[in-house]
Design a protein around this ligand. Structure first.
Ligand SMILES: [Zn+2]
Length: 213
């Protein structure tokens, strides 16, 4: 009974902006709240996307990510207030680019549940460090070998170990780990799959259905 109540509360509060057209209006409506959540969530690592915490550049970068129509947002609310948000972009599947909560227990639970679903459905990946890396690791996000991360990020990276690499963001070097499940294309039909579902044959990555036909 308790679980059922909990699940119905959860399903009522998760919004998929950029995926469900009915939720699109929430991007604008809640942009200040989303900004404040992301701004405060990245303050402990110095700022959002390499910008100085609290600077105008940081604000502009957050707002640009939120309002980018190509970006998908998973947003949760409690009593009409935004409690957590995740921003994704399309890159080798769905790449998580930022995430945060309003610091309440509702927000933390909501964020964990969305991240847990991502892991269960193998539908997202991202670059992580610090507390969020520990959180997604506990929720089952798989480690991606750092040797793959240059290709997946499209950036110059320096491999630190099998699981860690460093790359420049702004003018600083950050050590990160790739976590989750990235999708790669079948070289024959172009459809996307987790790489462990693509077979490597004759120098090509090939999906099941292309191999069968
Ligand atoms: Zn194929």
């Amino acid at each position: 009974m308790k679980l059922k109540t909990f699940k119905s509360i959860l399903s009522e509060t998760v919004y998929s902006i950029g995926l469900n057209p009915k939720h699109e209006h929430l991007r604008k409506k809640h942009s200040e709240e989303i900004h404040n959540i992301l701004q405060s969530s990245y303050a402990s690592i110095g700022g959002y996307a390499g910008h100085k915490s609290g600077s105008k550049n940081e604000r502009d970068a957050i707002m640009a990510d939120v309002h980018n129509p190509e970006h998908k947002l998973k947003l949760t609310r409690h009593d009409g207030k935004v409690t957590s948000v995740i921003v994704y972009k399309d890159k080798y599947g769905r790449k998580l680019i930022s995430a945060g909560t309003d610091g309440t227990s509702h927000g933390k639970t909501h964020l964990k549940n969305v991240l847990k679903d991502d892991s269960k459905m193998e539908r997202a990946w991202g670059e992580f460090s610090g507390p969020l890396k520990a959180v997604v690791g506990k929720l089952g996000w798989k480690q991606i070998k750092s040797s793959r991360m240059g290709k997946l990020t499209g950036k110059d990276i320096k491999q630190v170990s099998d699981t860690e690499y460093s790359r420049k963001i702004g003018d600083k070097d950050f050590v990160k780990s790739g976590m989750g499940v990235a999708q790669e294309q079948c070289d024959v039909c172009g459809s996307q799959h987790p790489r462990n579902k693509l077979l490597f044959a004759e120098g090509f990555h090939v999906c099941d259905s292309c191999l069968d036909s």
